[in-house]
Unconditional design. Structure first.
Length: 423
């Protein structure tokens, strides 16, 4: 088990690649199960969640070939198992996305229920209800969801909440269903649009992705595809926040401003100069950030996946800010670790935090509790005086590709060490 050692205070300056979006690549990999033809995906990030997904695809019979560090060939022609076991699903909740493709292609899927989630409730019932609307029979037994259908049919699905995972799962299943499907209160995230574009390349008929209403006309067969994963808006946003936090100047290649509008607006109010061109987004500042409150919301609102990073920024802002977390009830677990570094944060009922900024944080040993919390501690370490050790960075490795190398390329003094090493 490794740790990151960060020597502050560092100023981030230079160019960095956003890389492919983990949250887009995962459903795209599962979508390969919808066809019996090879699929090629490029701009795939080298992170732990991708490796877990590849193991799961291989466990059901798909052949995986790495053509390049960021390019994969998935051959699903020999898929013969319809079960996603608990050992793999428990490592990554997105594994539940095997349900829709396997059910649609083979008429059967047996997928372990993911269980608890550290940052809050993510019930899969909304996924299962969507499958029922397409005619699936669902049996819950022994911790597994067992779904079957001789032939899925089109249906009218109104999601109780705009769940990204449920929208992706039902959209994939509906692509091979007989007849028309209408999804209402669908998630609008860019990752949904990217999946719809890939499915369209495979021969699916999908309209409205990116809006709250998606319509799908089912087809009998889907072909292979060649698709490049969109840039990771959360990784891009993390580096842009890092520039604001360290009075830096960072250009994120590949970042798409239309995927980051709520963040860019907040950064501008905080005192950053934002520059946008066809190649990416740049954030630069020479001043201490101004306090800006945010409220997390589904896209196009402020992303919950950037809330922890924004809180780190507000810990060094010149004044008081308020943060409302409206998506996950337990997504303030990083607060206690930031407090170890001297941050002044008061939690209030209802997912509300009041942050009073300080000129400087202090380095300290801290422990990551989830993916985004881990990177917020890295950012805090960059802006802190002294040495910060971030422990349990396997959380970080789930979604950030070679982050210590990318941060070092921007001037940060950060290194990875085995646990037990002395600074």
């Amino acid at each position: 088990m490794d740790k990151l050692v960060i020597e502050g205070a560092s100023r981030l300056e230079g160019e960095v690649e956003a890389g492919g979006a983990k949250n887009a690549a995962l459903p795209l990999l599962f979508a390969c199960l919808l066809t019996d033809e090879p699929c090629r995906l490029s701009n795939v990030p080298d992170v732990a969640d991708i490796e877990t997904t590849l193991r799961l695809l291989e466990s059901v019979g798909a052949r995986v070939e790495r053509l390049a560090p960021d390019e994969l060939l998935i051959d699903p022609s020999a898929v013969g198992s319809f079960e996603a076991p608990y050992d793999l699903v428990r490592r990554m909740r997105a594994s539940f996305l095997t349900l829709g493709p396997l059910l649609a292609r083979f008429g059967r899927a047996r997928v372990s229920r993911p269980g608890g989630c550290a940052i809050g409730s993510r019930p899969v019932d909304i996924h299962l209800e969507g499958m029922k609307r397409l005619g699936a029979r669902i049996r819950l037994e022994g911790g597994y969801a067992d779904a079957s259908a001789k032939q899925l049919g089109g249906g009218h699905v109104i999601f109780a909440m705009p769940s990204v995972g449920a929208t992706e799962n039902v959209m994939m299943a509906a692509a091979l269903a007989r007849g028309a499907t209408r999804l209402e209160n669908a998630a609008r995230e860019p990752e949904i649009v990217d999946l719809a574009e890939a499915l369209t390349k495979m021969g699916a008929k999908i309209r409205g992705a990116g809006s709250s209403v998606i319509e799908i006309d089912g087809v009998e067969h889907l072909r292979g595809m060649d698709h490049a994963v969109i840039a990771d808006r959360i990784v891009a946003g993390t580096f842009l926040i890092g520039a604001a936090m360290t009075a830096g100047d960072v250009f994120v290649r590949g970042a798409r401003a239309e995927h980051l509008e709520s963040l860019l607006e907040a950064l501008t109010v905080a005192g950053c100069r934002i520059e946008i061109d066809s190649k990416g987004v740049r954030a630069r500042t020479t001043m201490r950030p101004q306090p800006v409150g945010i409220v997390t919301a589904p896209f196009p609102g402020f992303p919950t996946d950037l809330q922890a990073q924004w809180m780190s920024l507000m810990c060094v802002a010149d004044g008081r800010s308020e943060i409302d977390e409206r998506i996950f009830e337990n997504r303030f677990m990083h607060v206690e670790e930031l407090a170890r570094m001297g941050a002044d944060i008061r939690l209030q009922p209802g997912g509300h935090a009041v942050v009073t900024g300080k000129e400087m944080l202090s380095g300290a040993p801290v422990m990551a509790t989830d993916l985004r919390a881990s990177v917020c501690l890295v950012l805090a370490g960059l802006a802190a005086q002294g040495v910060t050790e971030v422990l349990r960075i396997y959380h970080l490795d789930r979604g950030y590709e070679h982050i210590e190398e990318k941060m070092a390329g921007l001037g940060a003094r950060v290194r990875r060490e085995p646990m037990g090493s002395e600074v």
